[in-house]
Design a binder for this molecule. Structure first.
Ligand code: MYA
Length: 231
């Protein structure tokens, strides 16, 4: 086996273990928010969970440090709060590119509840920001959101297969590019997205409009210390 194959195998092993823990803690979170067991059981589970924490934090990363799952150039985000298999907070949303559109699918349990039986509006915004980011990134230029507005047309049901779709709209007409000053294309992109149930994809429950920019070199330096932020 070559050294590269060895590294690939190690990476796959690490990602599988991270996804396994993510799924287990996600299931625990779901159990915690649906549970109606007696107080003594809640307290004994809380104590058992608290005892597990030190075994995970024995080796930890700090802000700005890459996790072992996301080596430079991979473009992966295993702990992303929307799509990351390793993040218990992520549903996780499964995203595919279909005919130039980003299409996400997921089911949201009671941990995401806002109005009783329905998804919290902030969670819808989180999902849409991510999917718009994928639509923008699909053009080959991953970027950052500079504005996001939402229209909530109908409540989004929990425990129901959902479809989240994002695509690029027209850029700002007539906005001059100041590429000469900044060495980058500074035209923000407009992206549009929707949430519907998988059964009724044409019935839009939430729609979003966002603007994305590709940070220029100075901005990348200022915000990310020069590292290629998207890779
Ligand atoms: C297959 C592909 C897979 C890909 C997967 C990817 C998935 C990822 C999904 C992740 C999804 C999650 C995504 C997330 O969660 S991204 C996280 C949320 N977003 C942020 O944190 C951004 C915070 N904002 C800033 O840091 C600054 O505002 C920036 C750096 C943006 C500009 O601060 P700066 O001090 O430098 O400039 P200014 O404020 O004086 O702005 C002046 C004007 O210029 C415009 N402007 C500025 N810079 C640019 C530019 N570079 N190109 C074009 N235009 C630019 C600017 O809009 C403004 O215009 P106007 O508003 O006045 O009209």
């Amino acid at each position: 086996m070559t050294q590269q194959e060895d590294q690939q195998e190690e990476l796959a092993e690490r990602r599988a273990a991270v996804a396994e823990l993510g799924a287990a803690v996600r299931a625990l979170t779901d159990a915690a928010v649906v549970s109606e067991v007696d107080d003594a059981t809640l307290r004994s589970v809380a104590a058992a969970v608290a005892e597990l924490v030190p075994s995970l934090t024995a080796a930890r990363r700090e802000r700005h440090e890459r996790p072992a799952t996301d080596p430079p150039g991979s473009g992966h985000r295993w702990y992303n709060p929307v799509i990351g298999a390793g993040n218990p907070m992520a549903p996780p949303v499964h995203v595919e590119l279909v005919d130039g559109r980003a299409v996400g699918t997921c089911v949201l349990g009671l941990a995401y509840e806002g109005p009783r039986g329905y998804v919290h509006g902030g969670i819808s915004a989180l999902l849409l920001d991510q999917i718009l980011g994928h639509a923008h990134g699909a053009s080959g230029r991953p970027g950052m959101t500079i504005s996001l507005s939402l229209r909530y047309r109908g409540p989004v049901p929990l425990n129901t297969p959902l479809r989240i779709t994002g695509w690029l709209g027209e850029s700002d007409p007539g906005r001059p590019s100041d590429a000469d000053d900044h060495g980058d294309d500074r035209q923000p992109s407009h992206a549009i997205g929707t949430i519907s149930t998988a059964d009724e994809p044409d019935s839009v429950l939430v729609e979003a409009r966002g603007k994305f920019i590709v940070p220029n070199r100075k901005q990348v330096q200022r915000i990310f210390g020069g590292e290629d932020f998207a890779r």
